[in-house]
Design a protein around this ligand. Structure first.
Ligand code: FRU
Length: 517
């Protein structure tokens, strides 16, 4: 009965919200429609209550709240006319669902973009006492696309004076018209403290464009980057750029993130990064080869928060891949976000690497269940039995580069992670992990080169959440994120020493991860 009531309330809310710009005042949160216990439902990752989600959008902190907007289609579990869904959090761990923030309008669907706190009210949309939140997004005009023109993507803005609860689109939209690029989208805006103005990153097919503005309404293109640098196996999407300090030094570098689809190292979608310099107008980098934020198949379109008080750079990615995002075996909703990760730069040998590692507040979700030190003779194995590894963190220290972890269930399904010293590679094999046949290449083995992994002890940390696995090696030096769909929870983990010498796996812990809903 309560479910029926809740559904009716939701239907009323949806019908009153649909295609309107302003929602009723008395609607701070969505009625609860999901109990988050469906098959494959993530328990400690963000997923929408129902229907289709892709990229994170408008990541911004304001007045105690982390906003997470996202590409959302409220009418189906496949991609469709895009809206901005919305959720908020005080700690980036627990989330509150909010009504849809941005609806399509006469200019088109609402594609990916960013949000800023306009503290000095440069836009004039608010006041110095109540600075506006301004969202900057791509309009995608389907009708124009069908006509066969190339100018169907433009950039628009909207503002909120109540910290994201209600939004008003700017009447002068679009603020950037299309100069003739079929792919011209995903504006990331940030306050540029070198030039004392707003900077917008935009991608145009095979390159990045940088635009300037004093007021978020009038924009001028100032530079380009990347036509002949990095990976170009697919279209460039979802740029982001920021300055980071190299751990333990005063050296800083600018980091540019560019998502690319297809063309990722293990197929389909992936996110590359460039290290370089930014003089306030132009980004330059000596890097020609692509470097990857995450080697797994399922971390795409990731961007970072604006305005975080601690100054930390916090990243969230969409945990899927355009190669099969529409086919994954969930029925009520589709897809989840990665665990929020802190980005940093670490000097390793002669190179500087971009590190990504779960934010520290997430650790409060962990309840340690097993702790042991494991020593294995050459080619020996140890089996750890646990009721379910599917909502679990596994963590240990080792200096072995020749081991295998084998998560198994009673159906004979297995997810196999192996480190291979002779090839300097880490392999994630999900070919027999559960449901894989919804797409031809889903079971292909995923490889991550680990050439600069320390010979000292390093940490292996694994987060498993019913339909995903995130592997962090050496505290975020090497990372793989991957979807999995086991038909039954894995309840055994075999650790195998594949080297010719005894090996230690110390501080080996298995922790339950509390659900966040
Ligand atoms: C990335 C992307 C963006 C676009 C959005 C549309 O996944 O293709 O480039 O704005 O998704 O939903």
């Amino acid at each position: 009965m309560r479910i029926i009531q809740a559904t009716l309330i939701l239907l009323m809310i949806l019908s009153s919200c649909k295609h309107k710009e302003h929602k009723p005042e008395s609607l701070p949160e969505m009625a609860v429609i999901a109990n988050y216990n469906e098959t494959f439902r993530p328990q400690f990752h963000f997923s929408p209550e129902e229907k289709w989600m892709n990229d994170p959008n408008g990541l911004v902190y304001n007045k105690g709240i982390y906003h997470l907007f996202y590409q959302y289609y409220p009418d189906d579990i496949v991609w469709g006319p895009m809206h901005w869904g919305h959720a908020t959090s005080a700690d980036l761990v627990h989330w509150t669902h909010k009504p849809i923030a941005l609806f399509p309008d006469k200019n088109g669907l609402i594609f990916s973009g960013s949000a800023v706190v306009d503290k000095n009210n440069t836009s004039g949309f608010g006041s110095l006492e109540n600075p506006p939140l301004v969202a900057i997004f791509t309009y995608h005009d389907m009708a124009k696309e069908k006509e066969g023109t190339d100018d169907f993507q433009t950039q628009g803005i909207a503002y909120s004076l109540d910290n994201g609860d209600t939004w008003t689109k700017y009447e002068g939209n679009p603020v950037i018209r299309n100069p003739g690029f079929k792919d011209f989208r995903d504006p990331k805006v940030f306050w540029n403290d070198i030039a004392n103005q707003w900077t917008m990153l935009l991608v145009a097919g095979d390159h990045l464009q940088i635009w300037d503005s004093k007021n978020l309404r009038e924009w001028k293109k100032v530079s380009e980057f990347g036509k002949s640098q990095g990976a170009h196996g697919g279209v460039w999407e979802c740029p982001d750029m920021f300055r980071l300090r190299v751990e333990g030094s005063d050296e800083t570098k600018w980091v540019l993130l560019i998502s690319i689809n297809p063309g990722a190292p293990n197929g389909g979608s992936g996110t590359q990064y460039f290290l370089g310099d930014f003089d306030g107008k132009t980004f330059t980098s000596e890097q020609n080869q692509a470097r990857w934020v995450d080697w797994g198949t399922d971390n795409y379109a990731g961007v970072t928060y604006n305005n975080v008080p601690s100054g930390d750079r916090i990243f969230i990615g969409w945990m899927s891949n355009w190669a099969y995002a529409r086919d994954t075996p969930t029925e009520k909703w589709r897809s989840a976000m990665t665990i929020p990760r802190k980005l940093s730069l670490r000097k390793i040998g002669d190179t500087i690497d971009l590190i990504n590692y779960p934010i520290q507040p997430f650790d409060d979700q962990l309840v340690e269940e097993i702790e042991k030190n494991i020593v294995l003779a050459p080619n020996a194995k140890e089996n750890i039995v646990y009721n379910t590894f599917n909502q679990t963190e596994v963590r240990f220290l080792t200096s072995s580069k020749d081991f295998r972890l084998h998560f198994k269930n009673a159906l004979g399904e297995a997810l196999i992670l192996s480190m291979d010293a002779t090839k300097d590679v880490f392999i994630l094999d999900r070919s027999k992990s559960g449901k894989t046949d919804f797409q031809q290449d889903f079971g292909a083995s995923q490889q991550m080169p680990i050439p600069y992994l320390s010979d000292e002890k390093f940490e292996v940390r694994i987060l498993m959440d019913w339909s995903s696995i995130e592997v962090f090696i050496n505290r975020g030096q090497y990372v793989m994120t991957s979807l999995i769909f086991p038909n039954e929870p894995y309840n055994a983990l075999e650790i195998e020493n594949r080297s010719q010498s005894p090996q230690e796996f110390t501080d080996f812990t298995v922790s339950n991860v509390n659900r966040i809903w």
